[in-house]
Design a protein around this ligand. Structure first.
Ligand code: ADP
Length: 522
């Protein structure tokens, strides 16, 4: 490969597109063809192999009649195939549409009907999830036919030209706040992966990135391109249970990983119980949902590596605000910053807005987070109304999250506006109550939602999961919160559960908790 032409990397600038992901793959394949790009179970795939396989996938899709802009769906658990397919789609001008295998057959059918993929690749073990799909499409059984289908095609790069704003990924939101919507992510959006990786999270060609989140989520597929963008190695795992993750960290000498708070909780529990802490980790990135300060302090102590907090959403192509390692001091003059999700990346504009008036709120006041950058999604798939409700004509994306800003520009998230409780005219942010209950020694997990109240309109109710072997009375929990919070914020009822309902990315499904209450089952 000594004579290979190494494609030059285009210089990026703050408002210009940086390097397209496909260019980055081509670059690393030409520069270090044999370097391991993806590791999964006993498989190790080099940059050259990923480049070749994605060329074949692109040519196979084109031979299948896939036109630029067509969708190609994938129903499979995490494996290298997801990356063969996204790069293959990108090279064919198509849009990859990964399906959430934790959904029901009915939900999958609705998403397929909405996205109308031309081709669908599926794992044989998940085929029953396609029972209700009636949309016409070409089905490819991954276990039986995929390798033959791919390898029958040419390994020549089709070299199609696409525009930076063409969509390359269609991710359906998990529907924690309503019907899933297809978020269109473009080449330009994903070109920021390289900047986040190098400039914010210290990835390099020596990095080994552990990807524990499912690859139908931006925290999986997008985050999984961080090491790849720098020429480093990416390790995929099928499950995010603590043992699998710790074993993979140790086996592959992982240096980086992104974990949602529920997974951090399991990792910390295991580390504290078994002293099972791999020493290769350089950076743990946590976020995607609120994490209690108690858990964060435990995680810092257990892992002893650098930590970064990440805030973002599917609609912003992943993280846009991050708290760097140097702001993770448990004491010192700025210890309060541990409660913040950090500052926006240099290429992201941020405003805290009054959502009703559309004006900036005064410094320190709570408002909605609005962001503007090249990372904002193209829009919602065939849903101009939802797009117009989310992206303003001048390009600001309304996140729906309530937060305030301190004088140094750090963002403190309160909660989703949709989860805010209004009780007797006062705004209550459930996260604040959850953080207090998390400090109770008997409490393992907690989620607070608003329930109707004849006098106050709404009142907080806490759903609590206790640690094994612990018992506690409602009265004790009520007194605990009353000693630490204004009375109007204290839950007026407590419900003990064995587990909280969560989606695939570990977020508590608060609408299910509200529905429990509405059905009168609590
Ligand atoms: P969905 O909205 O379908 O659950 P997303 O992953 O796009 O899927 O969720 C984005 C939302 O997750 C944000 O709008 C915010 O409410 C929440 N979130 C993301 N990161 C954080 C964080 N670091 N702290 C608190 N909440 C977060």
């Amino acid at each position: 490969m000594a004579n290979a032409i190494v494609p030059p990397l285009m210089p990026g600038s703050e408002d210009e597109m940086g390097h397209s992901l496909v260019d980055l793959l081509r670059h690393h394949a030409a520069r270090s063809p044999q370097a391991i790009c993806l590791a999964y179970e006993d498989e190790a795939i080099s940059f050259q192999a990923l480049d070749d396989r994605s060329n074949k996938v692109a040519n196979a899709l084109i031979a299948q009649g896939v036109q630029p802009g067509d969708r190609v769906a994938l129903l499979d658990m995490s494996s290298p195939l997801s990356y063969e397919l996204i790069y293959g789609c990108a090279k064919a001008g198509a849009i990859m549409m990964p399906l959430n295998w934790r959904l029901s057959a009915r939900e999958i059918a609705a998403i397929v009907a909405n996205g109308r993929p031309r081709v669908l690749l599926y794992a044989a073990s998940l085929v029953s999830l396609l029972d209700e799909v009636t949309t016409p499409l070409v089905r490819i059984n991954i276990d039986q036919d995929y390798a033959t289908w791919r390898d029958a095609a040419s390994a020549q790069d089709p070299c199609l030209v696409y525009a930076p704003d063409d969509a390359v990924l269609l991710l359906y939101t998990s529907g924690t706040t309503g019907q899933p919507k297809g978020v269109m992510i473009s080449h330009r959006n994903l070109s920021f992966v390289g900047r986040t990786a190098a400039e914010a999270w210290s990835f390099s060609a020596a990095s080994v990135n552990l990807v524990a989140m499912p690859l139908f989520h931006i925290g999986g597929i997008g985050y999984g391109m961080m090491a790849l963008s720098q020429g480093g190695k990416t390790v995929l795992v099928r499950q995010a249970d603590a043992k699998t993750v710790m074993d993979a960290m140790r086996r592959h000498h992982a240096t980086h990983g992104f974990f949602v708070p529920t997974v951090i909780q399991q990792l910390v529990d295991r580390a504290e119980e078994c002293g099972d802490v791999p020493d290769s980790m350089e950076r743990m990135i946590y976020g995607g949902a609120a994490m209690s300060p108690t858990l964060l302090a435990r995680a810092l102590a257990a892992f002893g590596c650098s930590f970064s907090h990440a805030y973002g959403m599917t609609e912003t192509s992943g993280t846009v605000i991050s708290l760097p390692p140097e702001d993770h001091a448990l004491d010192g003059p700025h210890a309060e910053r541990l409660r913040s999700c950090g500052r926006p990346f240099p290429w992201v504009e941020l405003a805290i807005m009054d959502p009703a008036q559309g004006q900036r709120v005064a410094s320190g006041e709570v408002g909605e987070i609005w962001v503007r950058s090249g990372m904002n999604m193209r829009g919602y798939w065939e849903n101009p109304q939802a797009t117009a409700a989310t992206i303003t004509p001048d390009g600001w994306l309304r996140t729906g999250d309530a937060a305030c800003l301190d004088a140094d520009g750090y963002v403190y998230i309160r909660d989703r506006y949709k989860d805010m409780i209004v009780s007797g005219g006062e705004n209550i942010y459930p996260t604040e109550i959850e953080n207090v209950l998390h400090t109770h020694q008997a409490v393992k997990e907690v989620a607070v939602v608003g329930v109707p109240h004849p006098r106050w309109g709404e009142t907080p109710r806490a759903f609590v999961v206790l640690k094994p072997g612990e018992t506690v009375t409602d009265t004790a929990l009520r007194e605990f919160t009353r000693a630490r919070l204004a009375h109007y914020k204290c839950p007026t009822s407590f419900v003990m559960l064995a587990a909280l309902p969560r989606n695939a990315s570990g977020k508590v499904l608060k609408h299910e908790l509200r529905a429990l209450q509405a059905e009168g089952t609590t």
